[in-house]
Design a protein around this ligand. Structure first.
Ligand code: TA6
Length: 304
């Protein structure tokens, strides 16, 4: 791997993008432009921070996140790929695939005339990934940091036979007080309730979180609005290339059971995930095909 100095020389952007060593020893990209600040680890292509100027941070990152190779960071935007949840046939393989616990490489960085900054990271197959998933691929994550944060996961299948993919941009959002949050955009949408053994239900009205919540809404391509009545702001989550949305909060007991999650952390976070997560919305990549999964995150004033 290149040294931090080499990465900085090759990819740094004066007054905007620097690459330093995080206390974990891993390379960390810092962006500070006219619109926002952001931080991105090369480990897992993990965006751990996004904050438009004048706003509280948008992404939630656990104070107890574990920075250890092979383990996913708790918070930010884990890249779930090429399977969502448990592996469909082999329970010995890690939950949520392997995109979120490998080092990625920087392909390019650039500055746009509108003041936004782009970072492109790649992960390709290797002998090591073949031991977990025997397929050839190229993943490209394009991150645009402007007034909004736009993240596109492009998956290029490099084989002669089709392959099935489920995936997620498993975004953890910061909220001031989960009791003062409503999530709009999924009214009348069917969902699978993972807390009751994947039973099929239908959403009525807005979502409020008052207990463990783990739902796959499918089908939906709608924007979600996370309305934070304490911070008086709305986070809009728009998406493309996605037919499902996952809403997750572990609540008290599950939070206590996770070593990398503060006991009271569930009060200040909620995941609203841009996904293709079920048999119903699995993406089948034909030979040499490409699929893009995009999430766009922006902040608006709260309108009730
Ligand atoms: O997306 C929701 C979910 O699949 C939940 O079921 C919950 O387990 C969460 O992701 C976190 O999973 P992780 O493997 O990161 O602990």
């Amino acid at each position: 791997m290149s040294t931090i100095q080499q990465l900085q020389e090759q990819f740094g952007i004066a007054n905007t993008l620097t690459i330093t060593t995080h206390p974990s020893g891993w390379p960390l990209i810092h962006i500070h432009n006219q619109h926002a600040s952001a931080e991105i680890h090369l480990y897992a292509a993990h965006i751990t921070h996004f904050q438009p100027h004048g706003q509280e941070p948008i992404l939630w990152l656990s104070k107890q996140a574990i920075y250890r190779e092979g383990k996913a960071l708790r918070g930010g935007i884990p890249i779930i790929w090429p399977w969502f949840g448990p592996h469909p046939t082999d329970q010995t393989l890690p939950q949520h695939g392997f995109g979120r616990n490998r080092f990625w490489q920087i392909a390019q960085t650039k500055q746009h005339d509108d003041g936004s900054t782009v970072v492109q990271l790649v992960l390709t197959d290797s002998e090591e990934t073949h031991s977990v998933w025997p397929h050839r691929f190229r993943l490209t994550l394009t991150i645009t940091v402007g007034r909004a944060l736009e993240v596109t996961l492009e998956m290029h299948h490099q084989e002669d036979k089709p392959v099935d993919i489920t995936a997620a941009l498993h975004t953890y959002f910061t909220v001031a007080d989960i009791n003062q949050v409503t999530i709009e955009g999924l009214d009348s949408t069917p969902y699978l309730d993972k807390t009751t053994g994947y039973t099929q239900k239908t959403q009525t009205g807005e979502i409020t979180i008052t207990a463990e919540t783990d739902r796959v809404y499918v089908p939906t391509t709608a924007d979600c609005l996370i309305k934070d009545h304490t911070l008086q702001r709305t986070i809009r989550v728009s998406k493309a290339g996605s037919q499902s949305t996952v809403v997750w909060n572990p609540w008290q007991e599950k939070a206590q059971g996770m070593g990398d999650f503060p006991d009271d952390g569930y009060k200040t976070m909620v995941c609203v995930e841009t996904t293709n997560a079920t048999a119903q919305d699995t993406v089948t990549l034909t030979p040499q095909a490409t699929h893009q999964l995009t999430t766009k995150i922006s902040v608006e004033p709260l309108e009730i």
